[in-house]
Ligand binder design. Sequence first.
Ligand code: NAP
Length: 273
Amino acid sequence: MLNKTIAIIGAGNMGTSLIRGILNAQLTSAKKIYASGTRMEKLEKLKTEFGVHITTNNKDAAKRVDIVVLCVKAAVIRKVLEEMHDVLHKDQFIISIAAGVTTESMEKIVGKNIPIVRSMPNIASTVGLGSTAISFGKYVHEKQHDIAIKIFEAVGDVVVVGEQHLDAVTGLSGSGPAYIYMVIEALIDGGVKMGLPRDISTKLAIQTVLGSAKLVKESNVHPAILRDQVTTPGGTTINAIHELESHGLRSMLIDAVATATIRSRELSELINK
Ligand SMILES: NC(=O)c1ccc[n+]([C@@H]2O[C@H](COP(=O)([O-])OP(=O)(O)OC[C@H]3O[C@@H](n4cnc5c(N)ncnc54)[C@H](OP(=O)(O)O)[C@@H]3O)[C@@H](O)[C@H]2O)c1
């Protein structure tokens, strides 16, 4: 239990996932969480579901807490930090999940040597299976490293990386769920093309992706070896693999990660100008 007071500034999709994870992991109690947003009716739902405090006043939330978690879009980070500026102090620390906004930019806006952690989670945090990479600004202490890691471990796996790697993280695991949704969708259609009822094809495609991922993770065996283990000479799988290779499946995915990484860098440069 961290037992800290926490403000979730911008309790949308990701903010709500964090509240759920923090409470499920019993890192702190609902009474110690302040969720802010722009629409009271949306916040009321959070109050009903989780029992957290709610407010449309970011400054009011920030002044009450040990940890301020910024879950708003990058475009409003400056506005939100400027709003809270007067009440922020260096015994607090800030965690940002906003894509592209560097710790240096945020440190400049806040300007009080406040520790800032920058992270890149993904949407699977909603079901507790997120992948989050975090990096630390120059004022973050050792103790705060552990707290930030614990918070994101409440919604999945965590890796610590140098901030320069966060664009590649965005290209891989930040945007990655969308690539996998396309794979699932295509597998479903493959089954349907070959005559399976859509509901059965959907169930099989989802479980195939889920089970395969779980097996790689739990066996700790390289995916190429696992693939070889299910590839009978002259059988169905090797024929399918040949088809995938001739359409460049692996090159396509490598290029997708690279393209998303480059776009993340470009957007980050624009945001931090
Ligand atoms: N979704 C992902 O997969 C993902 C992955 C990694 C990182 N992120 C990052 O996570 C952040 C949030 O993404 P999201 O998907 O959770 O978006 P979201 O659902 O739109 O959540 C953002 C929330 O911020 C609120 N908000 C807007 N302006 C505000 C203000 N001035 N003060 C307080 N709250 C304000 C919004 O309220 P209204 O709805 O009332 O405007 C909304 O509830 C983004 O910076 C994104 O880059 C998202």
